[in-house]
Write a protein of this length. Sequence first.
Length: 222
Amino acid sequence: MTPEPRIAPSILSADYARLAEAAAAVREADWLHVDVMDNHFVPNLTVGLPVVEALDRATDLPLDCHLMITDPDRWALAYAEAGAHNVTVHAEAAADPVKLARDLRAAGALAGLAIKPGTPLEPYLEVLTGYDLLLVMTVEPGFGGQEFLAEVLPKVREARRRVSSGHLTLAIEVDGGINADTIVAAAEAGADVFVAGSAVYAADDPGRAVRDLREQAHKAQA
């Protein structure tokens, strides 16, 4: 059985001059998604550790930190120590993902492993036994507002099959192009955590958008 859907609004689509207000506007969300990009692993530069530390002081929402950075083995632990609820690193960038998961958990965070659209799931199935979350990118990482890539959904289905059979114990998150239409397909495939940027922050009422997305995902799961 798929767990209850969780919605994680992405501040990538929020007003960076008003991040505390952006967090308050989605107080009914389950997590607050923070995209950390270094302009090396992905061709964009966003926020870093000081912003995560400030957000942790400004909101009670659990911070879901997605590190799209080179050398996460060096940098990821600081985000856990800063109070992030979940720290997700990319399989394509981590030198020792098994050790990194242990270190993140020891620091008090959940450990997440992300894979790009073109990265297969199978080579990481054994590694994922040490993780709490799998993030399947449904766009190429780097920029918000991209079109959802439905061709990655077989990876979500396979991950859900592995979780349902007891081979893995983790949440399955999707990130990229999630909106009122695509969340249905993602939920039907087996995702249970949904990152939504413009679908939330471009709405007239971000809080209502969160509630609507959660309800749509819940119906699709049923």
